[in-house]
Design a binder for this molecule. Structure first.
Ligand code: S3P
Ligand code: PEP
Length: 408
């Protein structure tokens, strides 16, 4: 299904959006709940990635397909490695079979796991035979994906001697590792992160019965930051179930979007985004997003919509996500008349005056391509191809846009 967004104006009445829980927190907690059934989770993510995670954890099937869900692929590889007397084939979409997993598989194998590659070395699908993992010390390269590290940390408390994980090289996406450690601590597992070594102490048996309320998803909130940034002064959107102190690294949006003239105010559990100032045309947006890679597309497109120069660095993980996001951005931004250069880890967008309307944007099976480009409908008419891709993280995205005034 393609969606044609007409040039739109937001409604004048108070605008409020309820986004569901973070998919990152939800997928961690679902795994922890499988290990410790005493946990109860509220405000779970309604994303496809979280529903495939839940189905996989409850499935008795021999073949489990996690579609496009990176966290599910990585977290479940670790989980099934420890699930005794069961052999599972873990597979996913075509793209998932191109997303590397050797760093995690090697670390698990070093711990004693039994994992085979079915088609190509280093990539899913995997055949995993669960067993007791006898070892507890392992080292891995930390600059490719933090998901490999979180996967190991999540199963670590169930290992007889816990885990001592040495991280080699520069660590990428650090807030996601801290989120995992924080959730472990929250349920009663002891952890330590010092220099490049993470220790998780064993926690065999049960945890205290408890309810954990997931904070709403900040990556999804980014599209509303972009919408407010592209709107006139005075525009305000309220987002519900957010906290000033968040476990999610993407909450850095509140600081970053100040440069686009958007002010963030927290009141109880609501977050008010208000466009308070116009942005000077010669403003240069320059951010290193090594800690918040999922908001790179949103920021690049906000800058494009405002005609601003934008230099983003720390983007090396974007090439192995749902698509090569740097290439995808380049092709689609150029269709709109933008000037953009990309390298393996950076993006440079030149200041521009005018965007071409009526263009069809390809989305490459990437929810964030669809959602990042949509706010441009406040400036030009635009067509988003295969618009249902948004369900990977935000199934009600188009309904929410319609409710605040976007015309389809
Ligand atoms: O652990 C997580 O929940 C995630 C970690 C990040 O991946 P990388 O560590 O591969 O950058 C992020 O991009 C992804 O959307 C979710
Ligand atoms: C990169 C993402 O997800 P994953 O790696 O879990 O597929 C994302 O949601 O932007």
């Amino acid at each position: 299904m393609d969606i044609h967004l007409k040039k739109s104006e937001l409604k004048k009445e108070p605008l409020a959006v309820q986004i569901t829980g973070s998919k990152s927190e939800t997928n961690r907690l679902l795994l922890l709940q499988a290990l410790y059934p005493e946990l109860h989770i509220e405000n779970q993510s309604n994303s496809d990635d979280s529903s495939v995670m839940l189905s996989a954890l409850t499935s008795k099937d021999a073949v489990i397909d996690i579609h496009h869900a990176g966290t599910a692929m990585r977290f479940l590889t670790a989980y099934f490695s420890t699930l005794k007397e069961r052999t599972v084939t873990l597979t996913g979409s075509q793209r998932m079979t191109e997303r590397p997993i050797a760093i995690l598989v090697n670390a698990l194998t070093d711990l004693g796991a039994d994992i085979e590659y079915i088609t190509e070395n280093g990539f899913p699908p995997l055949r995993i035979t669960g067993k007791t993992l006898p070892n507890h010390k392992v080292a891995l390269q930390a600059n490719v994906s933090s998901q490999y590290i979180s996967a190991l940390l999540l199963i670590a408390p169930t290992l007889k001697n816990g885990l001592e994980l040495t991280l080699k090289g520069t660590i990428t996406s650090v807030p996601y590792i801290k989120m995992t450690l924080h959730l472990l601590e929250q349920i009663g597992v002891k952890t330590q992160f010092e220099n490049q070594i993470i220790t998780v102490y064993p926690h065999l048996g049960t945890v205290k019965k408890q309810t954990i309320v997931v904070e709403s998803d900040w990556s999804s909130a980014s599209y509303f930051y972009s919408i407010v940034a592209l709107s006139e002064i005075g525009t305000r959107i309220t987002l519900n179930s957010y906290k000033k102190t968040s476990l999610q690294g993407d909450s850095v949006l509140a600081q970053l979007y100040d440069q686009f003239g958007v002010t963030s105010e927290f009141k109880d559990h609501t977050l008010n985004l208000t466009k308070t100032r116009a942005v000077q045309k010669d403003t240069v947006i320059a951010f290193n997003l090594v800690n918040a890679p999922d908001i790179a597309q949103t920021i690049a497109i906000t800058a494009l919509g405002l005609g601003l120069q934008c230099d983003l660095s720390g983007l090396h993980t974007l090439k192995i996500k749902e698509t090569d996001r740097l290439e995808a951005l380049k092709v689609e931004i150029e269709k709109l008349g933008g000037k953009i250069d990309v390298t393996d880890s950076r993006l440079h967008l030149s200041k521009n005056e005018k965007l071409t309307g009526g263009i069809s944007i390809a989305t490459y099976n990437d929810h964030r391509m669809a959602m990042a480009f949509a706010p441009l409908a406040l400036k030009i008419s635009i067509l988003i191809e295969d618009a249902s891709v948004v369900s990977k993280s935000y199934p009600t995205f188009w309904d929410d846009l319609k409710r605040i005034g976007f015309s389809f």
